[in-house]
Design a protein around this ligand. Structure first.
Ligand SMILES: C[S@@+](CC[C@H](N)C(=O)[O-])C[C@H]1O[C@@H](n2cnc3c(N)ncnc32)[C@H](O)[C@@H]1O
Length: 220
């Protein structure tokens, strides 16, 4: 029997969690931006591909639009490396998880983490509705859900649940077109072997072991 996907939000202790009621064997997903995995990514600093793709290694204090917020792990990394980050997410339940994660980091005893959380502005809307005046943005970051990539910054189970909730981002090309009108630099994360999105040639491709970043420059 095919079960209709049903998702619930609930508090587990002080943490908001997303549960897939039709998948009782899956653990609920919540966000912890201070977990060991993310701390170690942050320690890797501005030399890591994500930071370089967005130009963080060249100039301090950039304003980045993360147009595919998801669980905010990339956005939080960018903010921890000094960027101001506007995070757009269109799935309302995911937005609730993001806001809850930000609330909890704001309660952290270390003021440095509170400052990082304060550099994130979470916008619960489709990034294609954002206008340049809501910036100005120095760079836009895109990490659309890729059909069955099997490789992601998110732990695999979390990604499965997020994929079931949001579906594949089949309108990513439209989002890239819009992003190119919002900022002079756009970086999009792609699986290593995926073709470029659309026909525009990236100015650079930064390749890692699990993914690559296609960088588009000077298109404003
Ligand atoms: C692969 S996840 C991003 C993961 C994220 N980079 C992270 O570190 O957690 C893609 C997310 O982008 C969101 N999304 C896709 N297109 C969007 C759009 N046009 N505007 C806002 N959110 C979008 C989806 O709802 C999904 O939550």
């Amino acid at each position: 029997m095919i079960q209709t996907p049903t998702f619930d939000l609930e508090f587990i202790d002080d943490r908001l969690a997303l549960r897939a009621a039709h998948r009782p064997d899956w653990k609920p997903v919540s966000i912890d931006w201070l977990d060991a995995g993310l701390r170690s990514r942050i320690r890797a600093g501005k030399r890591q591909l994500l930071a370089r793709a967005l130009g963080l290694h060249r100039r301090a204090g950039l304003h980045v639009l993360d147009a595919t917020g998801g669980l905010g792990r990339d956005a939080f990394t960018l903010a921890a490396l000094g960027a101001r980050v506007t995070v757009a997410e269109r799935q309302p339940m995911t937005v609730a998880l993001l806001r809850d994660a930000q609330r909890r980091v704001r309660q952290a005893p270390e003021s440095a983490w509170v400052e990082v959380a304060d550099r994130l502005l979470i916008v619960g809307s489709d990034a294609r509705d954002l206008r340049p005046e809501q910036g100005p943005f120095d760079a836009v970051y895109l990490d659309p859900m890729y059909p069955d990539d099997g490789k992601s910054a998110l732990p695999q189970k979390q990604m499965q649940l997020l994929r079931e909730l949001s579906g594949d981002d089949l309108d990513a090309l439209e989002l890239l077109d819009h992003a190119l009108r919002l900022a002079p630099r756009v970086a999009i994360k792609r699986p290593l072997k995926a073709p470029t999105l659309g026909r525009l040639r990236p100015a650079a491709q930064l390749r890692g072991t699990q993914a690559r970043f296609d960088v588009y420059l000077g298109t404003l």
